[in-house]
Design a protein around this ligand. Structure first.
Ligand SMILES: Cc1cc2nc3c(=O)[nH]c(=O)nc-3n(C[C@H](O)[C@H](O)[C@H](O)COP(=O)(O)OP(=O)(O)OC[C@H]3O[C@@H](n4cnc5c(N)ncnc54)[C@H](O)[C@@H]3O)c2cc1C
Length: 413
């Protein structure tokens, strides 16, 4: 380590912000440099797919003002992406030619959208959503769009579909799998979720592939393997690919994400960490190494790495949780479900509330809720504490009621 080398962070998103704010909050006083490819201050992405229609001229999403970085002596280099890592010299090289040495390097490069592999994907009127600039473009397009086709029935697709519906467009969701949210939500919960979307006015075509997008220069229809759909706007969200190319080119272990250990250090080079969407890591709640795409994961991993570099090492064990707002539906997930887990649907105390409890070997491992934040919070508390909850414990009751009963029993004891 040279006297001038400190921490270099590559990426200017949620995870990068979490690393650098934690470093300074933990008393780390060596140089901190952030290379951020985008020209915007680090910002949060969840509003992009939920508010694109209400604030098409300017979403206010930055995490903190520019003064935050200045006052903490964080060298934030916006609009300059790192193009190479020289791990032998412990130096990063940026597009503008900057060479910055590091004592520790953190990769927080996030993910990029999977491209839509069909003819016509480059036509005017076809968009993917990842960045603030994308959201502004889509928000403007939504002010005039009449027929919107959303390709992909995942979180971002469904959020945008409901946004487009709220703007008064006719909206069709086209999903290749035979159900919506097939990677993320149990089939048991998907069914009522789909019914509610259809009731709100979405047309949902599952088990349907898109073959081509067509139009004379500008898009005017979507050719699926079932029918042709009129469209003046297509938005696609068909998954994300981790931005792990820098790591791969530098010879670090990569497997759909930078492979890190339980302290989030590269398994190849302990002077390098990876956090957020670009990291594949072991997790006590998972059956094998996982790569998670969520705000919770980005924040908690950044915090853990910031604290470790500042002198307080720990293993990454945070309970995974996630939310998605799709029109009037708030979907929340706590824990990690596997396809083989048994899911029991439990109605809430009002018709719009619903929970799905997922059990593995008879024990609760994950909870999905619709419009039921209190039950989600109860689930988080119980799963975080690793309190065993059996299917029998939950017979005829809810997690909220069970947690209250257990607390009362603790007080009496
Ligand atoms: C539209 C949308 C809605 C979402 N909604 C939710 C939600 O409701 N709930 C939830 O939990 N999660 C949601 N997510 C996911 C969540 O936003 C991500 O998991 C989170 O942002 C990951 O943070 P990150 O820092 O790892 O990556 P990012 O936030 O993607 O940041 C990575 C940054 O690194 C930059 N970068 C990449 N390579 C380089 C390089 N070589 N040099 C310099 N910079 C580089 C990128 O330009 C990018 O700005 C949503 C994501 C999107 C796109």
């Amino acid at each position: 380590m040279t006297s001038t080398a400190g921490v270099v962070v590559v990426g200017g998103g949620q995870a990068a912000f979490s690393v650098v704010s934690t470093l300074r909050a933990s008393g780390y006083d060596a140089p901190v440099t952030v290379f951020a490819a985008e020209h915007h201050l680090p910002y949060q992405r969840p509003p992009l797919s939920k508010k694109a229609h209400t604030e098409p001229e300017g979403l206010r999403v930055e995490l903190v003002p520019e003064s935050f970085y200045r006052e903490r002596n964080i060298d934030l280099r916006l609009g300059d992406d790192v193009v190479a890592l020289d791990t032998a010299a412990a130096t990063v090289v940026s597009r503008t030619g900057a060479r910055v040495p590091y004592a520790h390097l953190v990769l927080a490069t996030g993910a990029r959208n999977r491209p839509l592999p069909v003819p016509g994907a480059e036509l005017d009127g076809v968009h993917a959503l990842r960045s603030l600039d994308d959201a502004l473009t889509i928000g403007r397009a939504l002010t005039t769009a009449r027929d919107v086709v959303v390709v992909g029935g995942g979180f971002i697709g469904l959020e945008l579909a409901r946004v487009a519906l709220a703007r008064g467009a006719r909206v069709t969701v086209v999903e290749l799998a035979d159900r919506l949210l097939s990677r993320a939500v149990s089939p048991e919960l998907e069914l009522p979720l789909r019914e509610r979307h259809e009731h709100a006015g979405l047309q949902v075509l599952t088990g349907t592939g898109v073959r081509a997008l067509e139009g004379p220069g500008r898009l005017d229809r979507v050719v699926t393997d079932r029918e042709h759909l009129a469209a003046d706007l297509v938005v696609y969200g068909i998954g994300a690919i981790p931005r792990d190319d820098l790591a791969r080119e530098a010879g670090l272990a990569v497997d759909d994400g930078v492979v890190v250990d339980e302290q989030l250090r590269s398994v190849t080079d302990p002077r390098i960490s990876a956090v957020g969407d670009c990291a594949r890591h072991p997790h006590p709640h998972a059956e094998g190494p996982v790569r998670l795409e969520s705000v919770q994961n980005a924040i908690d991993q950044g915090t853990l790495v910031g604290r470790r570099i500042a002198g307080s090492p720990a293993s990454y064990e945070s309970l995974p949780w996630f939310w998605s707002d799709q029109g009037d539906l708030k979907l929340q997930i706590a824990g990690l479900r596997s396809p083989a887990d048994e899911v029991r649907l439990v109605p809430g105390d009002s018709p719009e509330r619903l929970a799905g409890y997922a059990f593995r070997d008879g024990l609760l491992v994950a909870v999905e809720t619709l419009n039921w934040p209190a039950e989600h919070l109860a689930a988080r508390r119980l799963l975080e504490r690793r309190t065993p909850v059996s299917a029998g414990d939950l017979a005829g009751t809810t997690l909220g009621a069970l947690a209250r009963a257990r607390r009362a029993a603790e007080v009496r004891a």
